[in-house]
Write a protein that binds this ligand. Structure first.
Ligand SMILES: Nc1ncnc2c1ncn2[C@@H]1O[C@H](COP(=O)(O)OP(=O)(O)OP(=O)(O)O)[C@@H](O)[C@H]1O
Ligand SMILES: [Mg+2]
Length: 223
């Protein structure tokens, strides 16, 4: 992936314009903090960048591929192939272990999950300080769940990591640890990293910053 490009994009919820983006470019190695007060459109922006939410007009490209006009199956495949997504509400699967949750995205693609992927999942969990990887996800703390969600997003070595408040449930020490790990894993994989965040520890470590404000147009180029 060389860059993500948005042109004349608008997202409306009924009459309310949540995002108005005449132009936005995000380069492949950018580590971007998306900041702004609650309701300013951070999650909506992250969601449209990976075609999880529809836009009302405009165009979104990953390199030369227009993603907003893909059909649902193509969108799902595109996300599976290219995006590591950490959602604000995690979306972990109740009843499964931490390790099973991390392996869930790849499970549907193999009859038997290849050993190297299992090793990668265990390694990611260890690096995120989750050593009890067989533990039921329902018995884990919010901070532990957040780190499991991060490991799951990284299992496929995505081109772009999109994380919505990835340190929101973490104490200072874990926030710093997760921040450094997200950055070093993004570097290892050659991925861009785009985080919505209120956390100064995380935002101070990122290379670029985008401030969202209600009713303010976005025109920005990050290379
Ligand atoms: N599905 C939806 N239906 C209607 N309005 C929505 C929907 N999703 C978001 N909005 C509205 O769009 C605006 C931006 O919401 P968004 O969730 O992107 O904000 P945010 O910056 O991520 O906030 P927070 O910091 O609280 O997570 C808000 O006014 C919100 O109410
Ligand atoms: Mg949000």
């Amino acid at each position: 992936m060389k860059k993500i490009t948005l042109k004349n994009v608008r997202v409306r919820f009924k009459e309310h314009v949540a995002l108005d983006i005449p132009a936005l470019e995000i380069g492949s190695r950018v580590k971007l903090a998306v900041m702004g007060e609650s309701g300013s459109g951070k999650s909506t922006l992250l969601n449209i960048l990976c075609a999880l939410e529809e836009i009302n007009c405009g165009m979104i490209f990953w390199n030369n591929t227009r993603i907003d006009t893909l059909n649902q199956m193509q969108k799902d495949k595109f996300r599976y192939d290219k995006v590591g997504l950490v959602m604000q509400d995690f979306y972990l699967y109740s009843g499964l272990s931490a390790l099973q949750n991390v392996l869930l995205p790849v499970k549907f693609h193999y009859l038997k999950i290849p050993k190297p992927l299992v090793f990668r999942a265990v390694d990611l969990l260890k690096r995120l300080n989750i050593t009890q990887y067989s533990k039921n996800i329902d018995t884990m703390s919010r901070g532990e769940k957040q780190r499991v969600a991060i490991a799951r997003a990284l299992i496929n070595s995505p081109q772009v990591i999109i994380a919505d408040e990835p340190t929101a449930s973490l104490d200072t020490q874990n926030s710093l640890h997760v921040t450094k790990l997200l950055l070093s894993l993004a570097d290892e994989m050659g991925s861009a990293l785009i985080c919505a965040t209120h956390d100064n520890i995380l935002s101070n470590h990122l290379t670029h910053h985008l401030w969202l404000e209600k009713d303010k147009k976005i025109e920005a180029f990050f290379a």
